[in-house]
Design a protein around this ligand. Sequence first.
Ligand SMILES: Nc1ncnc2c1ncn2[C@@H]1O[C@H](COP(=O)(O)OP(=O)(O)O)[C@@H](O)[C@H]1O
Ligand SMILES: [Mg+2]
Length: 265
Amino acid sequence: MITAMVNNKGGVGKTVSSVNLSAALANRKQRVLLIDNDPQCNATSLLLGDMIPENTLYEMFTEGIPVRKCIYPTEFGVDVLPNAQITSQIEADLYQDTAKSYSMLKNMVRDYATEHYDITIIDCPPSLGLWVIQAMSAADGVIVPIEAGSRFSLDGLASIYTSIESIRATKINKELRFLKTLVNKVDMRTSSSKVIIEKIHELYPGYVFKTTIPTNDAIKQAEMARTTVLKYDPQSSGAKRFRALADELMELIKNDTNQLDLLNG
Ligand SMILES: Nc1ncnc2c1ncn2[C@@H]1O[C@H](COP(=O)(O)OP(=O)(O)O)[C@@H](O)[C@H]1O
Ligand SMILES: [Mg+2]
């Protein structure tokens, strides 16, 4: 199962969710790969610290280095396919041949990831451009983190939904699914959080994770200390919710497979 973390808005928690959900899944004995498809490399530097990887997505894309040589284990039990800032420099070139570029990540990693990992999470940059289209081309489903504090997050969700539909319609990935929205930065003391959570369930019934992520200082501090909230403060509300989210996602995948089994007789 390959999922892309998508939201063209920055700061909503794509990276925090990719990293902490991956770590929580690894703690649940899942084989997890995190692909850092954002040339800003936040997930890479969080997971690898000061280690400078020899091969990254850049070498994979430009020199054709096979994916198995671009993956590194981390202290969090998650394997990472890192990015490098220099990758941003090839984006314009890649737009010269979009048919090829859109399917590049899929062609180079999908089979390997599906064979070697239970779950692959692709962290994406804050756009709906090339890197995100690549990720959606390679993925089975999309998770959209949104900020509970912002009333614009609901408008944004509609445009992401449209772009998923166009990925399907243009046959870049006919099977791509909108998995669920993840409501992040929830503060139940504020009315805006409550209003947005109600509204989103009303607009997208069945497509919202029951588990929400609170605004939690431990999450932020863990990021500064370049670690996961699960390691930094295992008893924090942030850590608890990411464990619950991992369980909810595993359940979702299991039920999904059962349904597929039924359909396939
Ligand atoms: N639930 C949360 N509680 C506290 N801080 C958070 C939470 N989610 C995200 N942050 C902080 O908000 C900032 C943006 O999060 P990030 O995951 O980098 O967003 P994105 O990848 O979508 O741009 C980071 O500084 C991060 O530490
Ligand atoms: Mg990010």
